[in-house]
Design a protein around this ligand. Structure first.
Ligand code: SF4
Ligand code: SF4
Length: 204
């Protein structure tokens, strides 16, 4: 089981623009989601940004096939949106970022560890429940699990032909992150962001 916690309001506010779509995952009862806090913060956001593009509420966002089907119902809203702020566990955010590769998908929650079930697709979309979700800066690819060294500030430089220097069968997570950032045209903006040191206490 996992626990998700909303990021601080000050962390989310810079993400919000007129063309921002909020996406929330309520359905997975194996992940504790702070639904009441989400409803409160959503109302605050709407007052501050009356032109927010809208909201999609789904369940089991981490189930890729199911989510892909459900998203078809919201095609128009998604087309209009430039940015999507996702309130779900790290697995859910990664699933959406994978399905909507041309959109900027940002994490509205941090995910914390509790022993037990962790979503339907944990092997494809790993989340180590680090408690400080970085997916907003890494194009929706988790640097903690995609990089063998869990580096947060860029590639180590040891990759060869796209493979990690630690394991020849593993892709370099940071090459994938940089490729995705580059293809979505966000590279300059992202490279300016500073990276805080990881607080390992949060993943215990
Ligand atoms: S950065 Fe990775 S490990 Fe940390 S909460 Fe986000 S998806 Fe999970
Ligand atoms: S080669 Fe890439 S994935 Fe491997 S440790 Fe270095 S940055 Fe991380």
């Amino acid at each position: 089981m996992l626990i998700t916690q909303l990021k601080k309001k000050e962390e989310i506010l810079p993400f919000l623009k007129a063309k921002t779509l909020l996406v929330a995952c309520f359905g997975c009862k194996e992940v504790f989601f702070p639904e009441k806090e989400y409803q409160n913060i959503k109302e605050e956001f709407k007052k501050l940004y009356p032109d927010l593009s809208g909201e999609i509420v789904l369940d089991y966002l981490c189930n890729e096939d199911y989510t892909a089907k459900r998203l078809e119902l919201y095609r128009q809203e998604i087309e209009k949106a430039e940015t999507m702020v996702v309130f779900a566990c790290g697995v859910g955010v990664q699933t959406l970022a994978g399905l909507l590769a041309s959109k900027t998908v940002l994490a509205g929650c941090d995910t914390f560890y509790l022993p037990g079930f962790s979503g339907f697709t944990p092997s494809s979309y790993d989340c180590e429940q680090c408690g400080e979700c970085r997916l907003s800066s890494t194009a929706g690819i988790c640097p903690v699990t995609a990089c063998s060294k869990g580096l947060l500030n860029g590639p180590c430089g040891g990759a060869k032909n796209g493979k990690c220097e630690v394991s020849k069968i593993k892709e370099c997570g940071w090459e994938n992150i940089m490729n995705k950032i580059t293809t979505t045209g966000k590279v300059a903006e992202k490279l300016k962001e500073s990276v805080s040191i990881r607080d390992y206490k949060k993943s215990q």
